[in-house]
Design a protein around this ligand. Sequence first.
Ligand SMILES: Cc1cc2nc3c(=O)[nH]c(=O)nc-3n(C[C@H](O)[C@H](O)[C@H](O)COP(=O)(O)O)c2cc1C
Length: 177
Amino acid sequence: MKVVGIVGSLRKKSTNRGLMRAFEELTPADVNLEVADIGSLPLYNAEMDDAYPESATAFKTLIESADALIIATPEYNRSVSGVLKNAIDVASRPYKANSFDGKPVLVVSTSPGGAGGAMAQYHLKQTLLHLNMKVLGQPEFWVGGGGEKFDENGNLTDEKTKEFVKVGWDALLKVAR
Ligand SMILES: Cc1cc2nc3c(=O)[nH]c(=O)nc-3n(C[C@H](O)[C@H](O)[C@H](O)COP(=O)(O)O)c2cc1C
């Protein structure tokens, strides 16, 4: 079973990267979780479709190799970050070559605010449904008050959230297996 992770923040000390790290640390034994590098993808424009850049093709190939995905999104101005939207656009094209088609996906988020990125998730889920992904409606996985649940390096320290990471894994694998 292969799961690909995508993190919508490029910050070294990103809390969303830290949340994805917690998923890596708690990966079940028979699962391989590979976190994609989306920072080196080109900014999508439709002229790319005739000759897709190498990094974009490699990203599409990685997504296509996945049995399921986990996406950790920050909330930027009540939506997802530009880098995450760009990565989704890149792998959704060229037309009729949507690499996400039919894949189960768990969306998670964290922010220092109380809502924990919930509004970004609802924008994101709308896009993922359009791409015909199997978007998990439950568990709703947003970690509010991230300032107290991650250390200064973005590592998850909150034990209750770590337990919830296991719940997230179980729910995703139930759909993916
Ligand atoms: C451009 C920008 C917009 C933001 N907008 C929101 C927002 O709408 N809601 C929110 O809860 N946090 C918002 N934040 C704060 C982020 O949640 C916070 O910086 C968070 O740590 C980013 O995730 P990261 O730690 O994974 O990089 C914003 C931050 C930036 C840089």
